[in-house]
Design a protein around this ligand. Structure first.
Ligand SMILES: [Zn+2]
Length: 316
């Protein structure tokens, strides 16, 4: 009798564990399915699960640890530009394959596959819009398109946008993210660095403002040209910013580099970056900087005063 009761007790305990395991695995499966469906997002830094809707409302910044998740160019434009003010420029420019380059696959195939997969024609969006009511020309790079690499279309679109901005006397903001030059376009890709830099110099000669925003990662030819040519250079927290990769430098120098090497924080300390701005404050900060650099219009009473003093000087 006692044995029976004991075995029944053991059995129910066994069932309880079995059920628990079963329901545990179901909820784990469900959790994984929900992550896959995009309902939930697991932070790659602190592993905390966040409801994707909440994460998006917080501009893809983890509420727990402040990790800045990567955002695509469309989302970035939504975050920065006032509703219904965005006018895209040069959407018709398409990349070609003048060198008929082939690595593991043909560059032309790679282009087509990437375009079909993410629905972009190349790695940058350019346009005119308003930021808290102030007009700007904005370029936003997209890392999903071949690592945000700078090919001829990226160079041409950014150059045309800067030229438009100079003509209209608009400030320029470029949100950078890039692995560097696009090797599949060889020297044509490298020439974009000079072309964009020349357009920025003309913009500067016209006494107009340019602010690059360096996001994770900004490297290679982009860092070596327009990312570092700003009047005010902003960066997102913890962004990797550099020219050559860490491993290449370590192998060349044959020494271990510090942990924070090539981070926005390290660059700020060494004067390469002017400020680190969390994404949630980026729009306000940009609007404030642009407002501060608006051309000063002489108020009417000052004009009257100047006219009067000129008249009195003439009378003397
Ligand atoms: Zn986190």
């Amino acid at each position: 009798m006692a044995n029976n009761e004991e075995s029944r007790g053991l059995k129910s305990l066994f069932d309880w564990f079995a059920n628990r395991r079963k329901s545990g695995s179901t909820s784990l499966e469900r959790q994984e399915r929900e992550i896959a469906d995009g309902l939930w997002h697991k932070c790659s830094k602190c592993s905390v699960l966040a409801y994707t809707k909440d994460l998006k409302a917080n501009q893809m910044v983890c509420a727990e640890c402040g990790h800045h998740n990567r955002v695509d160019s469309d989302e970035r434009i939504r975050q920065l530009i006032d509703n219904n003010t965005w006018k895209p420029l040069d959407e018709h420019l398409r990349p070609t394959d003048p060198l008929e380059f082939r690595d593991r696959k043909l560059y032309s195939d790679r282009l087509r596959e990437t375009q079909d997969k993410i629905g972009l024609i190349d790695a940058v969006h350019t346009g005119l819009g308003q930021i808290n009511g102030l007009p700007i020309a904005l370029g936003v790079m997209d890392f999903r398109f071949m690592g945000g690499s700078m090919g001829s279309v990226v160079g041409e679109k950014l150059t045309r946008m800067i030229e438009q901005a100079t003509q209209r006397r608009y400030p320029v903001v470029i949100v950078c993210t890039s692995g560097g030059a696009r090797m599949q376009e060889g020297m044509l890709s490298l020439m974009q660095m000079a072309k964009i830099s020349a357009a920025l110099q003309r913009h500067k000669d016209a006494r107009l403002l340019y602010i690059p925003v360096l996001t994770n990662p900004t490297t290679g030819g982009v860092t070596a040209s327009f990312a570092m040519l700003g009047d005010i250079i902003l960066a997102e927290p913890k962004a990797t910013i550099g020219f050559a990769g860490r491993r290449v430098i370590e192998q060349t120098l044959r020494e271990k580099l510090p942990e924070n090497f090539q981070t926005a924080e390290d660059l700020l300390q060494h004067g390469f970056v002017d400020d680190i701005v969390p994404r949630t404050q980026l729009k306000t900060t940009l609007a404030q900087l642009i407002a501060l650099h608006q051309p000063v219009l002489t108020p009417p009473h000052m004009v009257l005063w100047e006219t009067m003093s000129l008249t009195s000087t003439a009378a003397e």
